[in-house]
Design a protein around this ligand. Structure first.
Ligand code: URA
Length: 227
């Protein structure tokens, strides 16, 4: 049965009358995701892969879809691609404690094929809810699918990578998917993995520069409580 986005959101999001951001009951959305049958991928999955890390942090990595190991364990980026990403974060000096990692699709496509457009649309409310709840300062899109989802542009990763965009109140830095880096290959004068290192350094610098600016995103509820 195809469920509408309205069904998904109604019981879980409380409109905040005093400001534009919506308050998301992320635990309730997660419960819905874990039981989701919105697309046919639910029939072949072992587990829904919701996300990992700090959903209250300021840095969000978005991948494509769970692979074999992620489907088995219910955790994103636990296979070889995830290990490479972890290694690069350590090398560059980005603390994993401030980051969350999610995917565009929460269920594994058969044989790790590309996500189909209708699967991305079915899954969209879950990632939208994660983004609305987290409100990250920096979003790193890993590969083509996450980049197109967030930029809402039909732009390829080789063109977009390493650039900074503003979307959803965040700075977006697209980079290659770590699986592409594992396959090797070169981009311009550098290896794909060196390009990722470079882009992640941009991410680290962006976070540092945002930290040194005053935070204007005051929670109005808390502010009212002060007076
Ligand atoms: N590739 C992805 O895009 N996501 C994962 O969770 C694992 C591999």
């Amino acid at each position: 049965m195809a469920l509408s986005g309205a069904f998904l959101y109604c019981p879980t999001v409380t409109p905040n009358p005093s400001s534009t951001p919506m308050r998301v009951d992320i635990d309730a959305v997660r419960e819905q995701a874990l039981a989701c049958t919105r697309c046919a991928l639910s029939e072949g999955r072992t587990q829904v892969v919701w996300g990992k890390g700090n959903l209250d942090g300021d840095l969000l990595f978005i991948g494509e879809a769970p692979g074999f190991h992620e489907d088995q364990q219910g955790i994103p980026f636990v296979g070889a691609a995830g290990q490479l990403l972890d290694k690069l974060l350590d090398e560059v000096g980005i603390p994993k404690s401030r980051a969350a990692v999610v995917n565009v699709l929460k269920c594994r496509p058969p044989n790790n094929r590309d996500p189909a457009p209708e699967e991305i649309e079915s899954c969209r409310p879950y990632l939208d809810a994660q983004l609305a709840h987290m409100s990250p300062k920096v979003i790193v899109t890993l590969g083509n699918f996450a980049t197109k989802f967030i930029l809402e542009e039909n732009i390829g990763i080789t063109k977009a990578r390493g650039q900074k965009y503003e979307r959803r109140g965040a700075v977006v830095v697209p980079t290659f998917h770590p699986a592409a880096a594992l396959r090797g290959g070169r981009f311009g004068g550098m290896s794909t993995v060196d390009a990722m290192r470079h882009d992640l350094t941009t991410v680290k610098e962006t976070l540092a520069s945002l930290e040194s600016q005053p935070d204007e995103s005051v929670d109005e509820t808390e502010q009212l409580g002060l007076f």
